[in-house]
Structure formats: C-alpha cells, structure tokens
Design a protein around this ligand. Structure first.
Ligand code: GDP
Length: 771
C-alpha cells in the first residue's frame, strides 16, 4: 500500500512521463526522448555501429591476409581461412542485431483484458478485444517500416491487408488457425511510440484454455524480456495462471514478471473494501512472485504489481487522440488508476529496456570482443612473423652490402696490383725475348753453317738453295727460341695466372669458385711464345756477290788498310765515324753494308777516314796498277819500285804475288763460294733480324699482356657476374623488406584497430551493461 501511495505521489509530482492536464483530460506526450526504451534504442544503435566497424575491420583484415598470404610464409592459407570465417560470423550477428527487439508477452485467463492492455499501451485499438473477438492464437504486434498495416500468418510471406481492428478480427476469424500458431500484426511505427522503439508485444490465448503450456513457452516465451500477467482484480489468481508462470520460471532463469490487476475500476463501486481488497491481492501477488516463483525479493515484487483499468486507460488515450469512443463515462478514481497504468508503463519500459540490452547485447558485445581478440591475435602473429622476416632480410641486406663493398675494394686493389704485375711481366718478357733473339742472331752463322745442301752457282739452283736456307733458318731459329723462351716465360705466366686466380678466388662467393677454377683449367697447355720469322720477306733484298776477288789485290789491301785505320779512328771519335745503318735503308746501302762485313771490296758509297787528297792519289795508283799493266801508271810504278828496292826483290815479290794470285784463283771453288755466300747471307739476315728484334719482343710481350689481361678479364667477368647476382639479390631483398615493412605496418594498424574496437565494446558495456 505504501508503495502504491508513493508511486501515486511521485506520478502526481510529474516524476514520470509527460502528462498534461487540460480541461479535465489527460494528454500523453508522444515524444519518447526520455523514455527508458531509448536505452535499448541507443544501445542497439551503438552496438550496430560498432558491428559495422567490426564488419569493415574483418573485411580489411581478410583483404590484408589475402595480400600477405601470397607472400610465402607470413601467413598460411589456414590463417586466411580462419580470418575469413569471421566475415560470415559478423554478418550473422549483424542480421540478428537488425532483428533484435524488446519482447513483452502477455498472459492470463481469457477475457482478463490482455488485448485491452496492449491496445492501451499502443494508444490505439489495434487488437480486437471483447468476448466476440477473442482468438485462440498468438498475436504478435510489431512495427512496420512502411506506412501500411498488414498481417502475416506463420510460415507465410503473404501480406494480409488489415486497415482496421474490425478487419483484423474478421481476418482472424476467416483464417483457420491452430491454437499454438502465431500471427504477425504489423502496424506503422510512426503511429505508436512503443513500436517505434522496437518493442514487440505478444498477446496469447487464455492460459485457461490450453493444456499445451510447455509448447507455448518453448515457442514464444524463451526470448521474451518481460512477462505481463494480466489478472482479474475481481477475482483472485487462478491455479492455471500460477501454473503457467511456474513452468516459465523453470525454463527461464529470473524472468521479469509484472502482474496487472486489471478491471480495478470495479472497485469504485465498493470503495469501503477497496484498500482491503487491494492489500489482499497485493500480498498474494508479492507472495507468488517472491516466495513461490522466487524471481525477486518481496520489495522488488511490490514494484511489479499494479492495479489498473486497461479499459479506462485505453479510453483516455483514445480521447486524447480524438478518436471516437463508445463509453465516455469513467468511474471514480479513474485518474489514479490511469496514473498507476502510466507508472506500470514506466517501470515496464525500464525493465524491458535493461533486460533486453543485457540479454541480447551483452551476448553480442561478448562475441564482438572475442572476434576482435581472435582477429587481433591472427594479425599479431602476422605482425611478429613479418617483423622477424624483416629483421632477417635486413641482416641479409647488410651482409650482401658488406660483401659487395668488400669485393669492390678488393677488386680495385687486386686490379691495381695485377696491372703492375702484368706491366712488370710484359717488360721482363720483352727484355728476355730481345736478349734471347739477339743471342740467337749472334749465333746465326753456326745455324747457317749447319745447313748442308750441295751448293751450285747456277741462277735457278742458287734461288732454290736460298729458299731452302730461309726455311732452315726459320725453323732452326724458331725451335731455338721456342726452346729457350716458351718454358721460361710459360712458367712465369703460370705463376702469374695462378696468383691472379688465387687472389680472385678469395673474393669470389663460394658458389662461383668452381667457375673460377674452370677459367684456369683450359690453360693447362704450356704457354708458347708466338712470333713470325719470315725469311722470304726479310731477306727478299738479299743479293749474293760471288765475283772472284784477290785477297791481296791493291783494292783489297787498300780496303784492309782503310779498315784498320777506320777502326782506330772510330774508336777515337765514335760519333763522327761509326757507321749508322739505316733501319729501313735502301737495298743498295744494305748490300754495301753486307759486303763490308763480308770482307769483300768496298762499295761505291763507303767513305774512309783518309782525306780526299790522299784518297785521290792512292786510288789513282791502285787503279792504274790493277786495270792496265801496260799503261803509263804501271810503268811509273814499276820504275819507281825498281829504282827503290832493286829488280831482284821486285821479281821475287812479283813471283810470290803471282803465286798467291794463282793459288787463290785455283781455290775459288764451289765450296769457297758457298762459304762466301753463307757469310754474306748471315750478315744480311743478322742485320734484318736485328731490325725486327724490338718488334718481335714487343709482339711477344704484347702476347703475354693479352694472355694475362684476357684471363684477368675473364676472372673479372666472374666477379662481375657474382656482383650482378648479388645486386639483383640485394634489390630482391630490398623489395622484400619494403613488402614486409608494409605488411608489418598494416598488421600493426589493424591490430591496433582491434584494440580500439575492444575498447569501444568495453565502453558499450560500461554504458549499457555494467550498471
Ligand atoms: P482478453 O481475452 O484477455 O484479451 O480480454 P479482452 O481484452 O478481449 O477483454 C475482454 C473484455 O473485458 C472486453 O469486453 C473488455 O472491454 C473488457 N475489459 C477489459 N479491460 C477492462 C477493464 O479494465 N475494466 C472493465 N470493466 N472491462 C474491461
């Protein structure tokens, strides 16, 4: 009773819904901004928004996993499948969330006024009420998103048109329905605050008409947030009513039950018993809820029991909406009953809102947190893997860079050293070839002497002899040079090549070392000096002079005398008198030089150290003696000799001279001619070969240089290939690092977003659940 009084006072003080008094009528403000139902509405919107974000997040995570799953070992196909599975899970939760609503189920005996209570709460006559309209099926009233009202029977998509309550009643009567079947009644949300705020109201057949209470509960009660027992205040709670809630409380833990003692307007006719009856009913109801059902404490139970008149409440609201009403006369105390009805609505709204938020959204919030945590864990794993892989790639990059720098530095140093080495070798080979060739030229006469083919002076035989001698000199000289140079230089070459390969070998990466060995392998054959001694060409201008010349002839004596003096003077004054042969001089000059060295007659162009005057006098004597014995010169010379030494000496000398002449003339045989020929040939060939000493040694050194440079270049190419491979490997590693960096950054962002979503859900819990 105290609770009742307090409630009434508080309602009168305006601590509840907005009620205005206007000319004796009550007007309920349809604005539901302050309605407790808004808690559910806001919670639903909030959690919906969070799940939209979770949906986006999971899709982003899947896109990311797809991107990284291609990249070998960052994420496995299984990780991708696991994350993908969350997309459908989130979709399913969002679908459930869309359908989530607050559900209140009304139970009680037939004609207790369940439909009338629902209509009063909806501010309109939506459900048919009255004895004639009682139906034996479940009616679920819910908001329609369109402006039309219609109904749908269970399992059918067909919209049955319902424009008015009478039509609905007619439609229900026309449809043969099972007792336990459900009919959905869709009513425009805009016409009704409760429907707008996602409240679904379920009217049931009377609990007194069915034995199938279990089936009812299983089908329509398990998801109900609030149960309203509409009792008849004119009688006491019946066993049938109590039984039903006993069953409910066994199937649902702590159901929220309100008891409406309807038809309280009847008490107005017996005001003297009103308090007594009310107290009796209230006590029984408190007892039923707290002791029998044990769903709440007695104090809480007092807050769940109301004495109302649904009929009056509906009437009042219909009036407010200026709708035609059949019975405008209200009994005494209707205002207080109406306040209590409004109080019930308020308590009911608070209860259903909190209960629905807790039962429905707590579960979604929990699942949302789990999903965020699981996706976060998958991303954490990807992040860690990406970081580890990145670290190893960075290490690899460092090693590669160091190797490349080291190779570059060592290559520069080796190249410099090898250049110096090759330079020195080239110089040494050049000197060696030059020296050896000079030595061989010096012993050319021995080589020529070894040639032992019959010598004949006929022109054709002589030409043939010459050609064969060329071949002999070529091959003899060639084989000697080869013997002396190739082994020596080859050894040096091998050493140099070995050193080169060894040095390069150390800077080559391991897998390239076998290739380096193969670069050297083909050169197992000893090095051979290549040169070209073409005597045919070299001695093409060689013309032998096989004319007989008496050794003690005047000219020869003069020549000898001149040669001795020349040597003396040449020694005294070398620059002025040393004959300088032209390197590529005209054939005539060359021939003269050959003749001189041959000991033959002096050439026309040879100049002695005597003065021109002396030369003139001696020449004249000599020539006159040689060319004309009977001339004046000869006479003069004979006379001069006779006069000075006596005729005997002259005769003896003449005899000896003649004998010498005769001797030489007789010994001027083919053999002697061959010797002269060979001497002339040796002199000529030596001179010509000396001319090509520099060229040949330069060629040989060039050959060595070529050989070593080629090998060095081949080794460098190997290094180049290796560094190119390392460069491409380095750029691959760099690309991988960039990819891994992007992957780890994205994984980190997504991981942080999961934290953010978990935090959002926690805020949601704090705002709507943990109070
Ligand atoms: P239901 O079968 O439980 O749905 O009961 P109804 O809502 O159809 O009501 C049955 C009858 O009781 C109707 O004629 C209503 O007008 C009437 N009725 C409902 N509530 C009240 C009330 O508070 N006072 C009075 N006097 N009659 C009521």
């Amino acid at each position: 009773m105290a609770a009742y009084v307090n409630r009434t006072i508080s309602m009168m003080a305006g601590d509840g819904p907005h009620i205005t008094m206007n000319n004796g009528t009550h007007r309920v403000n349809m604005s539901n901004v302050d309605s407790p139902l808004q808690i559910f509405v806001r919670a639903k919107k909030k959690i919906n928004d969070i799940f939209i974000e979770i949906d986006d997040y999971v899709k982003d995570a899947v896109t990311f996993m797809h991107a990284v799953a291609g990249d070998s070992s960052i994420a496995s196909a299984q990780d991708l499948t696991n994350v993908e599975a969350y997309v459908s899970k989130v979709q399913a939760i969002r679908e459930v969330l869309k359908r989530d609503h607050m559900k209140v189920a009304f139970f009680g005996r037939t004609s207790n006024g369940k439909s009338t209570v629902i209509n009063a709460m909806l501010h309109d006559k939506i459900l048919p009420s009255g004895i004639g309209h009682t139906t034996n099926c479940f009616l679920q009233v819910e908001g329609s998103d369109t402006n039309e009202s219609f109904m749908r029977t269970e399992g059918s998509e067909e919209k049955l048109s319902v424009q008015s309550v009478s039509q609905l009643g007619h439609a229900l009567c026309a449809t043969r329905l099972q007792e336990c079947s459900l009919v959905h009644v869709y009513w425009p949300r805009e016409l009704c605050a409760l429907l707008r705020d996602d409240v679904v109201l379920v009217d049931s057949p009377g609990v007194d008409v069915t034995p199938n209470l279990d089936e009812w509960i299983d089908k329509y009660c398990l998801d109900a947030d609030v149960f309203v027992l509409v009792a008849n205040a004119e009688s006491t709670l019946m066993i049938a009513e109590k039984n039903f809630f006993h069953k409910v409380s066994t199937k649902i833990s702590q159901p929220n039950i309100f008891i409406l003692n309807n038809r309280w307007d009847a008490s107005a006719s017996e005001p003297e018993y009103m308090d007594q009856v009310r107290s009796q009913h209230a006590n029984r109801c408190v007892d039923f809820l707290s002791r029998e059902l044990r769903v709440c404490t007695p104090k809480e139970a007092e807050e769940r029991i109301f004495f109302i008149s649904a009929k009056e409440a509906l009437l009042t609201r219909m009036r407010e909406r200026e709708k035609p009403v059949s019975s405008p006369i209200l009994a005494d105390g209707h205002q207080i009953r109406y306040f209590e009805f409004v109080d019930f609505e308020r308590k009911f709204e608070e209860c259903i809102s909190q209960s629905a938020v807790r039962t429905k959204f707590a579960q979604h919030s929990r699942r949302g947190k789990n999903i965020a945590a699981e996706v976060m864990s998958a991303l954490e794993q990807v992040y860690n893997t990406a970081c580890e892989m990145k670290a190893s790639k960075v290490e690899k990059q460092r090693i590669l860079q160091e190797q490349l720098t080291a190779i570059e530095e060592q290559l520069t140093s080796i190249t410099r050293q090898m250049k110096e080495k090759i330079g020195k070798m080239v110089e040494s080979v050049e000197n060696k070839v030059s020296l050896t060739l000079s030595q061989e030229i010096r012993r050319l006469s021995a080589l020529v002497d070894e040639y032992d083919t019959p010598f004949r002076t006929e022109r054709s035989a002589l030409e043939q002899y010459k050609r064969a001698l060329h071949r002999h000199v070529e091959s003899g000289l060639g084989s000697r040079l080869k013997k002396r140079l190739s082994a020596d230089i080859g050894h040096e070459m091998d050493e140099a090549q070995k050193e080169m390969a060894d040095r390069m070998y150390t800077i080559l990466p391991v897998h390239k070392r076998a290739a380096a060995a193969s670069v050297i392998m083909p050169h197992q054959q000893p090095f051979e000096v290549l040169y070209r001694l073409n005597c045919d060409n070299l001695c093409a201008d060689f013309h032998e002079d096989l004319t007989f010349r008496f050794s003690y002839g005047i000219t020869a004596l003069i020549q000898r005398f001149q040669g001795k003096n020349t040597n003396k003077i040449a020694l005294k004054n070398p620059p002025a008198y040393t004959p300088i042969p032209a390197v590529m001089g005209p054939p005539a000059a060359t021939t003269d030089v050959v003749r001189l060295s041959n000991g033959g007659a002096a050439g026309a162009g040879a100049m002695g150290p005597l003065s021109a005057e002396e030369w003139g006098m001696v020449s004249r004597f000599a020539l006159s003696a040689l060319t004309s014995q009977g001339t004046m010169g000869g006479l003069l010379l004979s006379g001069l000799l006779l006069k000075t030494v006596g005729w005997r000496v002259v005769v003896v000398t003449g005899a000896v001279y003649g004998a010498l002449y005769a001797y030489e003339r007789l010994t001027w045989t083919a053999k002697a001619q061959e010797r002269v020929f060979k001497r002339q040939y040796v002199a000529h060939a030596s001179k010509k070969l000396r001319l090509i000493v520099d060229l040949t040694s330069a060629n040989c050194s060039h050959q060595v240089q070529q050989e070593l440079s080629t090998m060095f270049a081949r080794l460098c190419r190997l290094i180049d290939e290796a560094t190119t491979e390392m460069d491409s490997e380095l750029s691959e590693v760099r690309e991988a690092i960039t990819r891994l960096e992007q992957a780890s950054t994205s994984a980190k962002k997504l991981r942080n977003k999961a934290n953010y979503l978990s935090h959002e859900l926690q805020l949601f819990d704090d705002a709507f659940l943990n109070n």
